[in-house]
Structure formats: C-alpha cells, structure tokens
Design a protein around this ligand. Structure first.
Ligand code: F6R
Length: 600
C-alpha cells in the first residue's frame, strides 16, 4: 500500500518534476516511510530518501535535477525491508536502464531473485520490487522491445501489484495492475497515472480505472490500454465529481480536523435523494434489484469493522440474521455461505486486501456480494454484484473520521433495502443529523477534556448496543493518533476482567445515549469505575442521569436511539484529535500506518 504517480508530459521542462512532487504529496497518506522519483530521458535519474516527502524535496533542492519528458514517483509503506534510502523506490536494473515503482507484494520474489542473481544481476535493496527492473532488463537483453519485456516480466510475477516503469531513452510509461489500484488521468498535453485520484486531480478530472490484468502505455498525447493478450481495449472514461479544493486542507492544520468538520456536508451528501421523510421512504436505486437474503454477513477491517457492527445491529433489530466478521478471519469463520447469503464488504477505500479477499471467497461460494464504499471505481465496487456509495468525498487523513459517520448512515439506509420497517421517526432524525453534527462541532468542549487528561496512563471507552461499536471506534482513534494506550469495551464486559486495569489514572469515556435499560445498565458500570477512583467522561444526550456520576460531560443533541451513537462518535473524534494535537503527534500520518491497506 504505497503510492504511485507517473507523468508523461512531453516537453523537457520543470513540469514533470512538479507533477511528480504534487502527486506524491497527494499520495503520502498511503505510506510515508520513504519517497522517490525516477526521471527518464537519455539517462534514468533516480532520487530517493527515507522518511517523509520533505526529505526528498530537500535532496532535490540541493541537486541539479535534469528536465525530462517523463517520470515516475513513489511513496512507500514498508513490507519487505525496513524504511531506508536503499529500500526506497524507484528501483533499477544494473546500469539503470529501467526504473520501476511498485505497490503490493511479489510473493515469488525470492526465487526470482535467486535466478536473476545466478544470471549476474546485483541487488541493492531488501525489497521484493527490485526483481522487476532486473527481469525487464533480462528480457530486453533477450531481444524484446520495451513493452514486450515489460509484459513478459509481469507474466513471471505472483502476488499483488500495481507497477509502473520508465526506460532510458524513452518517453513512455508502461504500467499494469493485479489486486492493487491504478488509475489513469487524461490531461491536455500530458497523461497521468496514480494509485489514487488525489495525486493528479488538480490537473485533470477525466480518468480511466485500470482493471486487474490490463496494461497501459502512456505517452504525452496518448493512453493505450490492452488486455493480457495485447488486445487493444476501449475502457470507459469517467469524470471525477470533486476537485482539488475538496482534496486540500482548506486552511485547517490537519486533514483530520478538516474531515471531522466536513461531516455535516458529507452526511448531507450521503442522505441526498435517498430519504423521503414525508412519505416515510428510503430510496436506494442501486439496491432495487437486491434479492432478500436468508442471512447477511458483513466483512470489514478496523474502523469499517466498527461501522459493520453497527450495521449488523440495525439488521438484527429488523429480524434479519446478520453477523460481522473481521475480514482477515473470514476464511476461518466456518459459516454457511451460499446463494441465499448476502455478504457486505464495508470498506472506505474499496481496496483493503483482507476485505477484497473475503468478498472473493464469498463470491466463489455463490453468495451475493455488496460493497459499501466511498471510492467510485474501487476494486470492491467493480468486483461486487452491488455497490452502495457512502459519498463522503475524499478522505486523506489516515485515521478514518467522516467516512465512519457516513458508513453508519449508509448502513442505516441499507437496512431498509434489505427489510422494510416503520421508521418515520428515524428518518426525521437522519434529516436532522447533519445539523446536529454541526451543533456539536460548534460547541464541543472536547479540547478542554483532552487537556485535562493529557497525562493519563490509559483511556477506556465503554458502551452498550449501538454505543458498543462507538466505544471500540473511540479507542481505535485514540490509539492510532495519540499513541496512547486505549481500549474499548462492551460496558457489561468491564467487570469480567478489564476492571483490574481501572485506576485513578485511567479516564473512562462512557457513551450513554437514550434512557432505556441499556443506558441504566451502563450507568451501573459507570458507578463501578467511579468507586475505583477513575475519572468519568460521559458522552450523552442528557436523556439519562449519567451526568450525575460523571466528572465531565461531552454533550450531544437528543435524537433517535439509532442516531445518537453517530453523534457521540463525533465528540470522541474531537477528543482524540485535540489530545494528539497537544502531544504534537503526526496526526494525518500516524507512525507505522497507511490509509489504504492493500496487503493481507
Ligand atoms: C482507522 C482506519 C483503518 C481502516 C481499515 C479499513 O482509522 O482508517 O482501521 O478503517 O484499514 O480500511 P477500509 O475502510 O479502506 O477498508
């Protein structure tokens, strides 16, 4: 899950370098262990540096960089070999006649490396990628032309990859993909390729999503797409409906804060045209033909898994048999999967390898598959029988925020497409949801709470029912951006072990919305932790009397019991953000993480 950019721009000027650096900054969320570029002309010049893009930019500033007609770039999330200059991409063959960038994992690289070493190739890095340029060169030496050598080399690879290559003395980029994303951008006077659209959205909004097994050849005035047999294809050209402004920080210090603040808008987009509150109807045209399943299985990872847990509850409440699986554990789930099963992959990026694998397993077993995703043209959307878009707009911060709220909302609507229910009140609450989120954003005291508990030893989050996934998500957000120890628990589980961890040093965030039996029981759990001296922060809509037992309160507006948890999560996002901010963490690019996890 690295980021790839390529630009064939024709004239020899500064443009190629600018496009590559802009592209890399738009892709840094995919990995930031190192960054590098290769510029091709009469020679292939490679510049790369461990660490974030600014290290590469500093190197380029002090170097006399040639102007070239074509170039490729890469930002890395390490899989084979630690982050270092040596392991940074692009990689070249001996003598640098070809340079390659790669996203994914080449599973048979050890054998290929042995064979190539026996042929006399020298390897400079620990990466799996480095076999690719050597392999291409080998086939060039055997007499194949550039494209032929590229195709033949790719035919020897096993695993997942998006690959782009440039050659010495050539103005062309060659690219292909298998289980890793690659999108082509059609510009005026130049053409682009990248792992994701934000890399080149400021230059063009006309794109082609390359499919698995397809090849692309880019020059400044032409893009040719072919299938595995070399047959020329005419893939559809799509228009991206958001612009560079949407993908920028718009004056916020961090993408994460911007994206938290964008939630009223992204939720409006998610709901637009789908809810008719007067008629009491939900319209999801894309799901009109969805057959009523005997059972539903959700597969997802991380934050999306938490959204899926929420989705599972909405279905169970309607009497639908629903279960949620961590996508990476689905192959060991031993559950019935057949043509009466609907398997829903919840995945913001639509590219998460674990989720795609689970969806493919479901498809092979005859299930109907449905992607709930944010990314138009993503692998999940292309491979599944049905797709429901959450329409959150681009999310660049590595920690998922606005997409979680939009997933919860979309899954609430999706429940209707699976089984109807009387829900006029719920639809009214959904109508008010964007405004309610706005009121939280306008009046939140999360920043003060973050300051109050900056030095805590650990942070625990508890909730029941729909608030349980919110507790899990609150803890995940906290650990990933503050690097502090945080755990989320079903409130009732606390006394079965975790209570041993509770001390005066461990604030408890208790998510209590509504005033039903679940709220009463969670208040019981709050009293248990209070008795052990733990400070309590209640996230509440004020319907219950949890405030009486809390040291601090994060308020959310009173609303439907399905919608309150979506609001509560916004407060928790803000607490994590402000705590990470105080601790001066790398909020948009937390250590060791990347936005799109395209390895299993
Ligand atoms: C956490 C986070 C990750 C993702 C997970 C799945 O903030 O972003 O846990 O939720 O990697 O990603 P998607 O939704 O793209 O499948």
């Amino acid at each position: 899950m690295c980021g790839i950019i390529g630009y064939a721009g024709g004239g020899r000027n500064q443009e190629v370098l600018d496009v590559l650096l802009t592209g890399l900054s738009g892709l840094e969320y995919r990995g930031y262990d190192s960054a590098g570029i290769a510029l091709a002309d009469e020679a292939v010049s490679v510049y790369k540096r461990e660490g974030e893009l600014e290290n590469l930019e500093a190197l380029l500033k002090e170097t006399d960089v040639p102007s070239t007609p074509v170039g490729i770039g890469h930002t890395r999330w390490s899989t084979h070999g630690p982050p270092s200059d040596r392991n940074a991409h692009p990689h070249t063959d001996d003598g640098a006649t070809v340079a390659v960038v790669h996203n994914g994992i080449i599973e048979n690289y050890e054998r290929l490396r042995e064979e190539l070493s026996e042929l006399g190739c020298t390897f400079e890095s620990d990466t799996d990628t480095e076999v690719v340029p050597h392999l291409i060169r080998h086939y060039v030496d055997e007499g194949l032309d550039e494209e032929g050598a590229f195709r033949k080399a790719v035919s020897k690879l096993e695993g997942s990859y998006a690959i782009a290559a440039v050659f010495r003395g050539s103005e062309t980029i060659y690219a292909t993909r298998q289980d890793s994303p690659l999108v082509l951008g059609l510009g005026e006077g130049g053409n682009y390729l990248a792992s994701d659209v934000p890399a080149f959205i400021q230059y063009t909004d006309r794109v082609i999503y390359l499919e698995d097994g397809q090849f692309a050849v880019l020059t400044d005035d032409e893009i040719t797409v072919t299938d595995g047999d070399g047959q020329v294809l005419e893939p559809p050209v799509k228009r991206i409906e958001w612009d560079a402004e949407d993908a920028g920080k718009s004056g916020y210090d961090h993408y994460m804060l911007k994206e938290i603040n964008e939630q009223p808008r992204s939720l409006r987009q998610c709901l637009r045209g789908r809810v008719d509150e007067l008629e009491g109807d939900v319209t999801t045209e894309e799901l009109d033909e969805l057959p009523e399943p005997a059972r539903v299985q959700f597969v997802a990872c991380g934050t999306s898994y938490h959204a899926a847990l929420y989705g599972e509850l909405t279905l169970r409440e309607r009497g639908v048999k629903a279960q949620t699986f961590m996508a990476s554990e689905y192959d060991r789930a031993s559950v019935p999967i057949d043509d009466e099963t609907l398997v829903i992959g919840v995945t913001q990026s639509g590219e998460t390898a674990d989720t795609l694998r689970a969806l493919r397993q479901a498809e092979r077993a005859g299930a109907t598959t449905l992607a709930v995703t944010n990314v138009v043209g993503s692998s999940a959307s292309r491979e599944c029988d049905y797709t429901m878009y959450i329409r959150a707009g681009p999310e660049i911060g590595v920690a998922a925020t606005k997409t979680f709220a939009s997933q919860q909302t979309a899954l609430t609507l999706l429940a209707d497409a699976i089984r109807d229910a009387e829900h006029r009140e719920l639809l009214g609450a959904l109508r008010d949801l964007p405004d309610h989120v706005q009121s939280i954003l306008d009046g939140s005291n999360a920043r003060e709470i973050a300051a109050e508990y900056e030095n805590a030893g650990a942070y625990f989050f508890i909730g029941r029912g729909y608030n349980y996934p919110v507790a899990l998500e609150g803890a995940l957000k906290m650990k990933e951006i503050t690097y502090k120890h945080a755990e989320g628990f079903a409130a009732g589980e606390l006394k079965h072990g975790p209570l041993a961890l509770v001390t005066e040093e461990t604030p408890i965030f208790a998510v209590v919305t509504g005033d039903d039996e679940r709220a009463t029981k969670t208040i019981g759990n709050v009293k248990e932790v209070e008795a052990r001296g733990a400070p309590v922060v209640a996230v509440t809509d004020g319907q219950s009397d949890v405030e009486r037992y809390a040291d601090h309160v994060l308020s959310v507006p009173e609303t439907h019991d399905r919608v309150g948890p979506i609001l509560a999560n916004v407060q928790l996002q803000l607490v994590s953000y402000w705590l990470a901010n105080r601790l001066d963490r790398s909020i948009d690019k937390p250590r060791n993480l990347a936005k799109s996890v395209t390895v299993e």
